[in-house]
Structures are given as C-alpha cells and as structure tokens.
Design a protein around this ligand. Structure first.
Ligand code: ZN
Length: 151
C-alpha cells in the first residue's frame, strides 16, 4: 500500500517548513493583522524611521515573520545601523528569505520577503558589518519578537 503525502514540502536547513503558503491560508492569517501591519506586509509599505517597536529591543530571542511565524533573524545578529529601522547582518536561515529587485523610487534596491508567505519585510543593502557585508533593514511591523527562543 502506498501512502499519499499530498504536495511535497520544502524544509530549510534549519528544519522549518518553508513550503509557500496557499492563498487561502495567507488570507486567513492576514485577517489578524492591524491596518498598518497589513499595509507594510502586503502592500510593501515602509514604516517611518525611529518609530518601530523593535528598533531598540536588545533582548535575546528570535524575530519571526509577523504573518506566518517563520523565524527570520536572531537577536545576536541585530546591530545599531543608525538608520532608524531594525537592522541585521545575516538572516536566521538564507532559505527563509527571498530577494527581489525593486526599481521603485528611482533606484535599484533589493527587496526581501518571507520565503513562506511572501510578505514584504524590508530591503537588503551591501554595507553591513558582518562577514557577508550585508545589512538587512527590516520594518518592526513585519516582525514578531519571540523572547528567549533560538540561540
Ligand atoms: Zn511569513
């Protein structure tokens, strides 16, 4: 007898299911967001600098996607960039983030989205302090901080 497993799942190196969320599930999760969160995550908005709730958060934990809960960044890789948005020099797992060329505002930037639910997170710039020289500039509203989780 063969077992039917349904659609194949994609599991990241860190052990998380990153299979793209079906549209209906994404809509269900989006219904719980505030209007500001929805604007940023779904309409690719950007919150004003220096007012995000997680900018000055120095507690240890994991920053997960606000919509689907996928871990995206760790507190140990957060740094003070002076830009006014929470900044990280590397992601929790490369496979948890998708990069897209963004040609809006008359410049070329790299937009980053959650690999599982496709929500907008922020942008990545090539001037970070880490080994890869990257700076992930993220909206607080795109993240949910889970205190004490991760390393
Ligand atoms: Zn997500």
């Amino acid at each position: 007898m063969t077992e039917t497993l349904g659609a194949a799942k994609t599991i990241s190196a860190s052990g998380y299911d990153i299979t793209p969320l079906p549209r209906a599930e994404r809509d269900r999760l989006a219904a719980k967001l505030t209007p500001e969160e929805r604007h940023i995550l779904l309409d690719h908005g950007t919150e004003r600098p220096f007012c995000g709730a997680l900018l000055d958060n120095h507690e240890k934990g994991v920053y997960a996607c606000r919509l689907c809960g996928l871990p995206l960044f760790r507190s140990g890789e957060k740094f003070e960039s002076g830009t006014g948005w929470p900044s990280f020099y590397q992601p929790f797992d490369e496979a948890h983030i998708r990069s897209i060329d963004d040609h809006s505002l008359f410049m070329t930037r790299t937009e980053i989205r959650c690999a599982r639910c496709d929500s907008h997170l922020g942008h990545v710039f090539p001037d970070g302090p880490g080994p890869d020289g990257l700076r992930y500039c993220i909206n607080s509203a795109s993240l949910e901080f889970k205190k004490g989780e991760g390393k």
